[in-house]
Design a binder for this molecule. Structure first.
Ligand code: ZN
Length: 428
């Protein structure tokens, strides 16, 4: 019998991961001042941005001052790169000095500088339980995009053996996993489940014939039902990480499963996309990141993802705040009375009511202000509608922090392919 490793005690970097919050802020402020000065001195794009905002690096001595600099949206990188190829003036070195260049969806060119720990996923893998001696199958693309590469490098720093599985090829993936005694999986949760289905079809027992013990899941959201299914079927631990092609690691789960700890080596703000102001704990806004990266100046980079943070203590001992989950993409969200609502939130809420066959959220502008109504089609028209309405209205208030009316409408009223949230407000 192989000796089971201790996968869940310790830290990759105890000093930064368990730093008291006040100390972390001082530490981040110190790096921020240095990075702002450097970016302003070496990146023409950043200099131009400071000039346009009428500020100098001295105006941003702390995280609290970052708001003086407008957010650079991920979507604007495409036009910035077109205007000033190849990196929109954000690179502080010439591009023939980079280690690698990728093309991420957008399409956006992504640089990788010649420095160690460029993508910074080591802490995340350690927290997910990956250890020296693990044989890890990375099933992300190694072609053009940074996905596979950015997750492979940190595994080497941890002392793991990596198999570049790439995407697809279920037969080969199962063969590798089985015959090489793979202990760690990296990739999308849905792909891991497909591998499981395929292995079973080939007559393998997922627990007895495979040696998987840990998985690091990314790209798509790991729902709790997927997590349960993976942990139960394979007898392994499933943890997720959040990052982007431009930034690398942003946040990751620890063993406690209480949300994703924000990485220590960047500054993460949750920002109101309309006012650019930083929001407090529990308030949903855009994830905006300032990277401690001298080669590529991403200061206040708007990821386009919506989330909120929780700064209550985590029993794992890591002291950074956590993102309980990603709410969705900003471009699919609607704002009502200062609060974001996203189809993923309303879907999750409605999934708790099997008696509802179909629903649509309709937002209108009334004299008293904006109103939200949930139009619902029932599976069975004869149930106690008033009771359901009362329960649902309470659940809407509780989960979305907004009042919403509930109206039962006849079956078939919501057209096929209708938007989940229909905004009928007149913006003129
Ligand atoms: Zn934790």
């Amino acid at each position: 019998m192989r000796k089971k490793r201790d996968r869940f005690s310790g830290y990759f970097n105890r000093a930064t991961e368990t730093m008291p919050p006040g100390e972390r802020e001082d530490y981040q402020n110190r790096i921020l001042r240095e990075i702002v000065r450097y970016a302003h001195g070496h990146s023409p794009g950043i200099r131009e941005r400071f000039r346009a905002a009428g500020i100098t690096p001295e105006d941003i001595p702390t995280i609290g001052d970052l708001g003086k600099l407008p957010v650079t949206e991920k979507s604007s990188l495409i036009s910035l790169q077109k205007k000033e190829p190849p990196f929109g003036g954000l690179l502080t070195t010439s591009h023939n000095r980079l280690r690698k260049i990728y093309l991420a969806p957008g399409p956006i060119f992504v640089p990788e500088a010649r420095q160690s720990r460029y993508w910074r996923w080591e802490t995340a893998f350690y927290a997910a339980g990956f250890r020296k001696g693990d044989i890890v199958q990375v099933t992300l693309s190694y072609h053009l995009t940074p996905g596979g590469w950015m997750l492979e490098e940190p595994l080497h720093s941890l002392g793991c053996t990596v198999i570049a599985g790439g995407v697809g090829n279920l037969d080969s993936q199962v063969k590798i996993m089985h015959e090489l005694g793979v202990t760690g999986f990296v990739g999308m949760p849905s792909f891991l489940l497909s591998i499981g289905d395929h292995a079973e079809k080939l007559g393998l027992d997922l627990k007895k014939d495979l040696s998987l013990e840990v998985s690091f899941l990314t790209i798509e959201l790991l729902t709790e039902s997927m997590r349960n299914s993976i942990e139960k079927r394979f007898g392994m631990v499933a943890r997720q990480g959040y990052g982007t092609a431009e930034v690398g690691a942003i946040a990751y789960e620890c063993i406690e499963n209480r949300g994703m700890h924000i990485a220590d080596d960047l500054i993460l703000e949750i920002v109101d996309p309309e006012t650019g102001k930083r929001l407090g704990p529990g308030e949903t806004g855009e994830v905006v990141v300032t990277l401690f990266n001298k080669a590529y100046s991403l200061l206040r980079f708007g990821t386009g993802d919506l989330s909120y943070y929780d700064d209550s203590p985590c029993p794992c001992g890591r002291t950074s705040a956590r993102l309980p989950r990603l709410v969705g993409r900003l471009d699919q969200a609607t704002k009502l009375r200062g609060v974001f609502i996203h189809p993923s939130q309303t879907d999750q809420l409605m999934s708790r009511y099997p008696e509802i066959k179909k629903y649509q959220v309709v937002i209108t502008r009334e004299e008293k202000g904006d109103e939200m109504a949930f139009h619902i089609e029932l599976e069975d028209e004869h149930i106690d509608k008033e009771r359901l309405k009362t329960r649902l209205q309470a659940a809407i208030k509780e989960t979305l922090k907004l009042r919403g009316k509930v109206e039962c409408i006849p079956k078939g009223s919501i057209p096929e392919g209708a938007k989940t949230i229909e905004d009928r407000r007149d913006w003129r």
